[in-house]
Design a protein around this ligand. Structure first.
Ligand code: DGL
Length: 273
C-alpha cells in the first residue's frame, strides 16, 4: 500500500512532544516527522524567514505523500500557517491540508480558568504575532490574556541545558514576569512545543493554585476529531502504524536527543533542504 503518512513539522525537537501524544491517541496511522534542527530556533526569526522555511518543509512533506501536515510548532503556526493556507495550498494541490496548534488550543483553553486570567508563555515570534490573545478572545471574549516571551527557553532545551541551574534562573524570571502582570492568572499555557521538557521546573516556579497546560494531548484530541469530521482526508492517510523521522541537521545528535522528547528510541534520516 502506498505510504501516505500524516506529516508532523517543527523547527527542531519540540514537535516530538506533540507527535508522542498523537501516536498514543491515533496509533493506526503512518507519520513522517521533520525537524528543521539546522535552522532552529525559529522563535527569534522574522515573519518572512519563518514563512519561507516552513513552506519549504511543508512542500517536502507533501512530496513524501503526506495528505495532511500538522505544524507542531507555535511559531510556525503563528507566522506561516495562514499565509501557506491562503497563498500556497491551491498551487500545491487543493486536496492537501495544513493545520496548526494554535486553533485547537485556543478553542478549549477558556474551560480551564476560573478567574478569567490566562498566561501565555511562548517564543518572541509567537508573542509578537498576538495570535493567542486574538484567537482566545474569539472563543472566550470575557477572558483576559497575558503574555511573556521566553527567548532563552528553546535554546536551553535544544542545547541540552534544560536541567541546569541556568534553566532554573530563566524559568523563574519569566514566570515571575508573567504573574506580575495580573493577580488573576490561574492558568498558564506552554505555547511552545519545546516547553513540556521544562514542565517540572515550571510547576515548581509557579504557585500551586496555577494550572500549567501543555499542548500535546489537546492537539492529539483535536486531530482525532478533525479526521472523524473530514473523511475525505482521513481516507487518504495510510494506516500501517509506521513512523519515520527526518532532521535537517546531524542524525546522530537527533537520535541521541529525540528520545527525551518522544519517550522512545528514534532513528532518523538526514534531509538537505
Ligand atoms: N517549538 C516551537 C514552538 O512551538 C518553537 C521553537 C523555535 O523557536 O524554533 O513555538
Amino acid at each position: 500500500m502506498k505510504q501516505q503518512p500524516i506529516g508532523i513539522f517543527d523547527s527542531g525537537y519540540g514537535g516530538l512532544t506533540v507527535l508522542k501524544e498523537i501516536t498514543a491517541k491515533l496509533p493506526q496511522y503512518d507519520y513522517t516527522y521533520l525537524g528543521d534542527n539546522a535552522r532552529s530556533p525559529y522563535g527569534t526569526r522574522s515573519f518572512e524567514t519563518v514563512y519561507e522555511y516552513t513552506l519549504q518543509c511543508v512542500k517536502w512533506l507533501f512530496d513524501q505523500g503526506c495528505p495532511l501536515v500538522i505544524l507542531a510548532c507555535n511559531t510556525a503556526s503563528a507566522k506561516a500557517l495562514r499565509s501557506i493556507q491562503q497563498n500556497n495550498l491551491d498551487k500545491i494541490g487543493s486536496s492537501k491540508r495544513v493545520l496548526g496548534v494554535i486553533r485547537p488550543t485556543t478553542e478549549i483553553i477558556g474551560k480551564y480558568t476560573k478567574t478569567g486570567g490566562i498566561g501565555i508563555l511562548a517564543t518572541n515570534g509567537t508573542v509578537m504575532s498576538n495570535s493567542y490573545p486574538i484567537e482566545i478572545k474569539k472563543f472566550y471574549p470575557q477572558v483576559n490574556v497575558f503574555q511573556e516571551a521566553c527567548p532563552m527557553w528553546v535554546p536551553l532545551v535544544e542545547n541540552n541545558e534544560y536541567n541546569s541551574p541556568g534553566a532554573d534562573y530563566f524559568i523563574k524570571k519569566n514566570i515571575d514576569n508573567l504573574l506580575n502582570q495580573s493577580d488573576s492568572i490561574d492558568t498558564i499555557l506552554l505555547a511552545c512545543t519545546h516547553y513540556p521538557l521544562l514542565m517540572e521546573k515550571i510547576k515548581k516556579a509557579a504557585p500551586a493554585n496555577v494550572t500549567v497546560l501543555s499542548q500535546g494531548e489537546i492537539v492529539a484530541s483535536s486531530l482525532a476529531e478533525y479526521l472523524q469530521k473530514h473523511r475525505e482526508v482521513e481516507e487518504k492517510c495510510s494506516k500501517n502504524s509506521q513512523t519515520s523521522f527526518y532532521t535537517t541537521d546531524s542524525t546522530e545528535d537527533f537520535d541521541n536527543r529525540a528520545a527525551i522528547f518522544y519517550g522512545k528510541p528514534v532513528i532518523s534520516s538526514h534531509l538537505s533542504l
